[in-house]
Design a protein around this ligand. Structure first.
Ligand code: HEM
Length: 432
C-alpha cells in the first residue's frame, strides 16, 4: 500500500473536534507543520488528504476525471435530494444532469435575476426597525429562500411561497438526520428522526410536484425566465426532456446547495464590512457614483477570506499522483479552498480584508476557489455572486447597522459549512 503524506497523529475524534471548533486555525496549523499536502483522520468521513497547492489542485480538477468521484461521498443526502440529484451522481449520469442545469445559471439568465434579488432585499430591509437586534444569517436565510423560490422555482404568489417555506425549511434544518447510521434510517413512527424526515418529505414532494404540474400547463411557459421553466424546456443530447422526478430532485438540490451557503456568504460579508469602516464608507461612495467595481471586489474578497466551504472533496477510484505523492484508490482528497486563499505568495497580507486587491477584476481560477472547480464547479456561482452583490448594495444604502460584538466573529464548522459563530449579530441603528 502507498504511504500517505504526514499529518496530525491525534486520534480521529480529536481531529474532528478541532476542525469543528476552530476550522481555520486547525487547517492553517496543520499546513504550517506538515506542508501543502497532509493527511487527517476524521470520524464519519474517514482518512483524507488535503492539498493546498494551486498547481496540484489544477492537475486534480482538470483533465481526465473518470478516476475521481464526488457524488459518492454525498450518498447520505440521496434520501432527501433523490437519486437523480447532480450532487449524488458520478460519471455520465452526472454529466447529463449538469449539462441540463448549467444554461439557466449563465450570464444573461442571471442578469435577469438581479431585479428579483433587489426587490426581495428591499422588502426584507423595509421590515427592519431601529433598535432591533438579530443574527444577520437568520435574516439572510429568509431572504435567500425567497430568491430561490422566485428565481429558481418561479413561484411568486405570497401564499404559495409561504407554503413552500413551511414545508421545505424544516427539511433543510434536519441536516443531522442525513448522517444517521444505516440502522437508524428507518421509520419508527412520527417521533423518530427518520420517521419525521419521511413525513416532511412526503408533504414537500406533494407541493413540488404540484408546482411542476402547474408550470407544465402554464400558457406562458415559453416566455418565462425562471430556472424551472428553462429546465422544462431543456432537452439532452438525445432530445429527451427531464422527467418530473428528475425535476423534483434538482429543485431540492438547488435549494439544499444554494440557500444556506449564500446566506452564510452574506453573513460573513457583513461581519467583515461592519468591522472595516473604511471599506464600508468607500463602498458607499463608489456605489453613489454608479460604479460597481468596488462592490464586486468586496464580494470576491469576502469569499476569499471567508469561504463558506473549507474544501472540495474527491474520492480516488484508482491510485493517482497528487503533488509529490502517489495516493491509493479509495482515499478522499480535499482541495483545500481555505488554505489556498490564505497563501501569502498569492495574497500578500492574506489574513487582511482588502477588497482593493481584486479591483482589476481578475481572479485566477485555481487561486480563488470558493465555488470549487472542474466538472463539479458550483452551478450557482454566478447567481450567488449576483445575490451577494445586490443584497450588499440594498442593505448598505438603506440601513445603518452596527455589530453587537467588537471583534470579528470566530469561524466554526456547522454541518459541512463554515459559519460565523453567532451568525453575525447586528443591531439596527437606522433604516431609510
Ligand atoms: C455563496 C454561495 C455558494 C457557495 C460558497 C457554493 C459553493 C459550492 C462548492 C464549493 C461546490 C462544490 C464544487 C466542487 O466540488 O468542486 C458547489 C457545488 C454545487 N453548487 Fe454551490 N455554492 C453556492 C451557491 C449555490 C447556489 C445559489 C446554487 C444553485 C441555486 C448552487 C448549486 C450547486 C450545485 C448544484 C452544485 C453541485 C455541482 C456538481 O456536482 O456538478 N450553489 N457549490
Amino acid at each position: 500500500m502507498s504511504e500517505l503524506p504526514p499529518g496530525p497523529r491525534a486520534p480521529a475524534i480529536v481531529n474532528t473536534a478541532r476542525l469543528v471548533r476552530r476550522p481555520l486555525e486547525s487547517l492553517l496549523g496543520w499546513q504550517k507543520r506538515y506542508g501543502d499536502v497532509f493527511t487527517v483522520r476524521y470520524l464519519i468521513f474517514g482518512t483524507g488528504v488535503y492539498v493546498a497547492d494551486p498547481a496540484a489542485i489544477r492537475d486534480l480538477l482538470t483533465g481526465d476525471q473518470s478516476d475521481l468521484h464526488a457524488g459518492e461521498a454525498n450518498a447520505p443526502l440521496s434520501p432527501v435530494l433523490g437519486s437523480n440529484s447532480v450532487l449524488v451522481l458520478d460519471g455520465p449520469r452526472h454529466l447529463r444532469q449538469r449539462k441540463l442545469l448549467l444554461p439557466p445559471f449563465q450570464g444573461s439568465a442571471v442578469r435577469s435575476f438581479r431585479e428579483v434579488i433587489r426587490d426581495v432585499a428591499e422588502a426584507e430591509v423595509a421590515g427592519w426597525r431601529e433598535g432591533a437586534e438579530f443574527a444577520m444569517r437568520d435574516r439572510m436565510r429568509a431572504l435567500t429562500f425567497e430568491v430561490i423560490c422566485r428565481a429558481v422555482f418561479g413561484v411568486t404568489e405570497r401564499q404559495r411561497v409561504e407554503r413552500l417555506r413551511e414545508a421545505l425549511l424544516p427539511i433543510m434544518d434536519m441536516g443531522a438526520a442525513f448522517f444517521l447510521p444505516q440502522g437508524l434510517r428507518r421509520d419508527f413512527g412520527p417521533l423518530s428522526p427518520w420517521g419525521r424526515l419521511k413525513r416532511r418529505l412526503r408533504r414537500a414532494d406533494t407541493l413540488l410536484y404540484a408546482e411542476i404540474a402547474r408550470r407544465r400547463e402554464d400558457a406562458d411557459l415559453d416566455r418565462r425566465a425562471d430556472v424551472l421553466s428553462l429546465l422544462l424546456r431543456a432537452r439532452d443530447e438525445e432530445g429527451e426532456a427531464m422527467t418530473d422526478v428528475e425535476l423534483r430532485d434538482e429543485l431540492m438540490t438547488m435549494l439544499a446547495a444554494g440557500h444556506e451557503t449564500t446566506a452564510t456568504g452574506l453573513a460573513f460579508a457583513f461581519d467583515l464590512l461592519l468591522r472595516h469602516p473604511r471599506v464600508l464608507s468607500r463602498l458607499k461612495e463608489e456605489l453613489a457614483t454608479g460604479d460597481d467595481a468596488y462592490l464586486e471586489a468586496v464580494v470576491t474578497e469576502s469569499l476569499r477570506l471567508r469561504p463558506v466551504i473549507d474544501a472540495s472533496e474527491r474520492t480516488l477510484t484508482k491510485p493517482r499522483v497528487v503533488g509529490d505523492w502517489e495516493l491509493p484508490a479509495g482515499i478522499r482528497v480535499y482541495p483545500a479552498i481555505v488554505l489556498v486563499h490564505r497563501r501569502e505568495d498569492l495574497y500578500p497580507a492574506a489574513d487582511q480584508f482588502r477588497p482593493e486587491r481584486f479591483l482589476d477584476g481578475a481572479t485566477e481560477s485555481y487561486s480563488w476557489l470558493p465555488f470549487g472547480g472542474g466538472i463539479r464547479r458550483c452551478i450557482g456561482a454566478a447567481l450567488a455572486q449576483a445575490e451577494m452583490a445586490e443584497v450588499i448594495r440594498v442593505v448598505t444604502s438603506r440601513a445603518e447597522l452596527s455589530p453587537v460584538r467588537p471583534e470579528l466573529e470566530p469561524v466554526v464548522m456547522r454541518g459541512i459549512t463554515l459559519v460565523p459563530r453567532y451568525g453575525t449579530r447586528v443591531s439596527v441603528q437606522g433604516v431609510g
